[in-house]
Design a protein around this ligand. Structure first.
Ligand SMILES: Cc1ncc(COP(=O)(O)O)c(C=O)c1O
Length: 391
């Protein structure tokens, strides 16, 4: 008899960006020249003072197990940073540290949802939300983000999706994959509706520092919301630290113990030298963050108008993160075929909207975490390819 895998793992989804990256790398190995606009990570080095703090901590012997909830010094720095940036009183005791923001997505769903419970999540959205919900045996309820609303949601639609089985509402802004932000008025209506239910809120704010001329308000700042909100932030995007695997969350008191148990049962703790690099990132000079965001802005300011000059392509201006989400539904081929052919025939790796949900079709996600020169070349390759479609 052959051993089998558990049914639960067959419910896990995946992240399209990693799959396309692997395929693009394989094509490169065969000699194809590929411009990579598929992966969602800043193309900058970790700031030197942060890297040095990590190296110094290794030399100082900070290489052993440590507190599961996180080093007190990092919990305090993270609490101060969240309190200041969201204008809320975050107690360090309510801050937990994990190996990236991602584990908090998974663990929050596991800590709050049982089979039969419903979870409302943004669609288009980061694919891990739906995957975690399905894994937990809960029911994913997509909340459509509307292009006509700058990729925010219609608060009336959110209200209509809330039921007595809703256990968790996931929000994300600035948003992956659209770059959209949620206006304060929409958050206020959402909060008012959610407060009438017993649902928790998970607000994924890993792109909070990457905005351009717009505010990305946090639902956790609204009256009554802090006690029911898991406020998630991380180091990957803000400090270009994707490989360090470090994230943190402010969580309601009732969830501190359940989430800490999930961490101790899985990863035990985040390496202390990584956490000490995180302290240096939060408390040290912020020039690298400011410079990175300025660079992303000039790329966005090139990319979006350039995409809009391609026949059949229209792209609204993203307010944050480093993604453009052009609408390609006017082209004669669907977005999945387009993404595949752009990779193989034009050497441009990007993602089809379908990697981000059922409401994401007809779009491409273009990550502009790549040099201006690469973006210029990619736009010309896309233009030349689209011309072959006879548009
Ligand atoms: C919206 C969103 N949340 C969470 C994450 C995960 O971030 P981390 O590297 O901190 O696990 C990502 C990464 O792409 C993301 O786009």
């Amino acid at each position: 008899m052959r051993p089998t895998v558990a049914h639960a793992v067959t419910r896990l989804g995946t992240e399209g960006a990693f799959a396309v990256l692997a395929r693009a790398r394989a094509l490169e190995a065969e000699g194809l020249d590929v411009i990579h606009l598929e992966i969602g990570e800043p193309d900058f080095e970790t700031p030197p003072h942060v890297a040095e703090a990590g190296i110094a901590a290794i030399r100082a012997g900070e290489t052993h197990y440590c507190q599961t909830a996180g080093l007190p010094v990092l919990r305090e720095a993270a609490a101060a940073s969240l309190s200041w940036s969201r204008d809320i009183p975050v107690d360090p005791q309510n801050v937990l540290v994990a190996n990236g923001a991602k584990p908090f997505l998974f663990f929050t769903v596991l800590a709050t949802c049982s089979p039969g419970d419903e979870v409302i999540y943004p669609d288009p959205g980061f694919p891990i939300y739906e995957s975690a919900v399905r894994f937990a045996g809960a029911t994913p309820v997509p909340l459509p983000l509307r292009e006509s609303l700058g990729f925010s949601f219609d608060p009336a639609e959110l209200e209509s999706l809330l039921t007595d089985r809703t256990r968790l509402v996931i929000l994300n802004a600035p948003q992956n994959p659209t770059g959209g932000v949620i206006p304060l008025a929409d958050l206020e209506r959402a909060a008012a509706a959610i407060l009438r239910t017993p649902a928790w809120v998970l607000t994924d704010e890993v792109y909070a520092r990457i905005t351009y001329d717009v505010d990305a308000p946090s639902i956790s700042s609204l009256p009554g919301m802090l006690d029911r909100t898991i406020l998630l932030d991380g180091f990957s995007k803000t400090f270009s630290m994707t490989g360090w695997r470090l994230g943190y969350a402010a969580v309601p008191t009732d969830l501190v113990d359940p989430l800490t148990r999930l961490i101790v049962n899985s990863t035990s703790c985040v390496p202390p030298f990584v956490q000490l690099a995180g302290v240096a990132a939060l408390e040290g000079p912020q020039d690298a963050v400011v410079e990175m965001v300025a660079e992303f802005r000039s790329r966005r300011d090139y990319l979006v108008p350039a995409l809009n000059t391609i026949p059949g392509v229209s792209c609204i201006e993203p307010g944050g993160a480093f993604y453009a989400f052009p609408n390609v539904s006017a082209l004669p081929i669907d977005a999945d075929t387009l993404a595949e052919r752009l990779l193989v025939e034009a050497g441009v790796a990007l993602l089809a909207g379908s990697a981000f949900g059922v409401h994401a079709t007809g779009h491409l996600r273009v990550s502009y975490a790549s040099s201006l020169r690469n973006l210029e070349q990619a736009v010309e390759r896309i233009r030349a390819f689209v011309a072959t479609l006879g548009v």
